[in-house]
Design a protein around this ligand. Structure first.
Ligand code: SAH
Ligand code: SF4
Ligand code: F3S
Length: 470
């Protein structure tokens, strides 16, 4: 059952926006208040931050990259691994001196980390200079929370437990001008035993297809070239809804929107990736032939312990089927090394799976225990030195595979989106999600170009622009 935030509830936020606007107008008669927003974690968090920034912009805030000059500093946090959480504590701790120097600055922390009660408690007890803490289920109430926090001396902490809601109609301030994130669903029901996401993001819930299509049409009309559909498990889009539109059908409908744009999506769960989906991708010309399909482990016992609900054989069958209908499809994946109790032999099954699939690239992680998840209670005898060595072995293997895959491209000309300016180069992304560096004018960013690949080394390619599309 999906709970939608009603228009009345959103209208309830208006007076708070007005109050905050008036408050800063009085404080700064001739300048805008400034906000600094930093986002950790996945694209879902990036999309949430774009909504929070939308609300800030609607109130009248400008944005700055310098926390020192901001009136509101907001950290949107991630809880997926210990390292991510540690970084947030370190970064927030470093803001203490700003609060001392400029006591009017409001420091706020939101997102997945503080949706965990023990973390919210730590902020309450040990970070009193943080004025506002709010969880993932109350983002639409941001104006009200901000106003209340500005008017009290003590920390305001609002992190209610919830199965989750959907708030349509929030303003959005997008970071990109040609690449956009489009959430199609929220939450997760899979409860992989290592993962905190279902606890901090609530149950799986899908947006209505008309809402998604309307947003996609707006993006295309605004000139966006690449739309990435977001969800923890996009393959289960529409489950439990009466509209009967599944993910494949949603792709067909977005594909039917007129315009020159590419559709990407993430993340896919192998247990819900259907033949229908691959058949659809094969026939939808705007859908990218890149598939991010996390396998996590190549060993069946570990997959069972992880509660992933597919086997190594089923995963390999899926990849084979996909390649039979989309010969140039490229796969990337996520892998966890050192799940509790994983043996050397079991880890080797991960190595052989990586070899047999030939991924374009891999995101590799050492298992990190998350409080409250079943895996955190499992015996874990393998030392962290061993796990680090395994990770290095896996990364080295993938580097060789990537190098070999990319070397095949040398001498060919590929269509690529000129995406990023970085270290004097432009990074261009090919359909298979690999990146080639070219030199060129930053004014070309956001355009498609034909790029000739000149050289390829492990995961980085260099090339030259042959021609740029209008
Ligand atoms: N919903 C997505 C992934 C979300 S988290 C999916 O199921 O594919 C992104 C990645 O972080 C996961 O794919 C997994 O590889 C990794 N991850 C999640 N929890 C982890 C943990 N406790 N320790 C290490 N890596 C983890
Ligand atoms: Fe986490 Fe598994 Fe859900 Fe992905 S599918 S968010 S790994 S519980
Ligand atoms: Fe992190 Fe939350 Fe995403 S835990 S990975 S930001 S859903």
């Amino acid at each position: 059952m999906t709970t939608n935030i009603t228009p009345d509830e959103l209208a309830f936020q208006r007076p708070f926006q007005e109050n905050i606007r008036a408050f800063y107008a009085q404080k700064y008669p001739d300048k805008m208040p400034l906000a600094f927003v930093r986002t950790f974690g996945c694209q879902q968090n990036v999309a949430d931050s774009e909504h929070i920034k939308g609300m800030l912009a609607e109130i009248g805030f400008g944005f700055t990259d310098t926390p020192d000059e901001a009136d509101v500093i907001l950290f949107n946090t991630c809880a997926v691994r210990e390292h991510a959480s540690d970084r947030v504590f370190g970064n927030v701790g470093a803001l203490k001196h700003i609060k001392k120097r400029r006591p009017d600055t409001l420091i706020a922390v939101c997102g997945c980390m503080v949706q965990q009660e023990h973390v919210a408690k730590k902020f309450r007890e040990s970070y009193p200079f943080v004025g506002l803490v709010f969880g993932t289920h109350v983002i639409h109430r941001f104006p009200e929370l901000l106003w209340n926090a500005l008017n009290r001396r003590k920390q305001l902490s609002v992190t209610p437990e919830s199965d989750g809601v959907i708030a349509e109609g929030l303003p959005v301030h997008r970071d990109g001008t040609f690449k956009a994130w489009l959430p199609i669903m929220y939450g997760c029901n899979n409860f992989c035993t290592y993962c905190i996401v279902p606890y901090v993001r609530g149950r799986e819930r899908s947006r209505q297809p008309e809402e998604i299509l309307a947003e996609a049409r707006e993006l295309v009309a605004a000139g966006y070239k690449e739309i990435t559909l977001l969800g923890q498990n996009v393959n289960s889009y529409g489950k439990g809804e009466s509209h009967g539109v599944n993910f494949a059908e949603l792709l067909r409908r977005i594909n039917a929107i007129e315009g020159d744009f590419t559709i990407r999506f993430m993340t896919s769960h192998p247990k819900d990736a259907t033949h229908e989906l691959f058949d659809t991708i094969a026939t939808c010309e705007k859908v990218s032939h890149h598939f991010h399909l996390p396998f996590q482990s190549g060993n069946n016992r570990i997959l069972k312990e992880m509660n992933r609900r597919y086997t190594r054989e089923q995963y390999l069958d899926l990849v084979n089927y996909a390649r039979s209908v989309i010969p140039d499809i490229s796969f990337t994946s996520d892998v966890i090394v050192g799940f509790p109790g994983e043996t050397r032999e079991e880890f080797e099954d991960t190595l052989t799976l990586v070899k047999s699939v030939g991924f374009t690239s891999l995101f590799t992680f050492i298992y990190s225990p998350r409080k409250g998840t079943p895996a955190a209670e499992m015996p874990d005898p393998i030392s962290s030195e061993t796990k680090t060595a395994w990770l290095q072995e896996l990364t080295a293997l993938q580097e060789d595979i990537s190098a070999e895959r990319l070397s095949v491209l040398v001498g060919t000309t590929q269509r690529a989106l000129l995406e990023n300016a970085c270290d004097g180069y432009i990074e261009a992304r090919l359909a298979d999600n690999s990146v080639v560096r070219v030199s060129g004018d930053e004014k070309l960013l956001g355009r498609y170009a034909a790029v000739r690949i000149i050289d390829a080394r492990s995961w980085i390619m260099t090339g030259e622009i042959v021609s740029v599309e209008e």
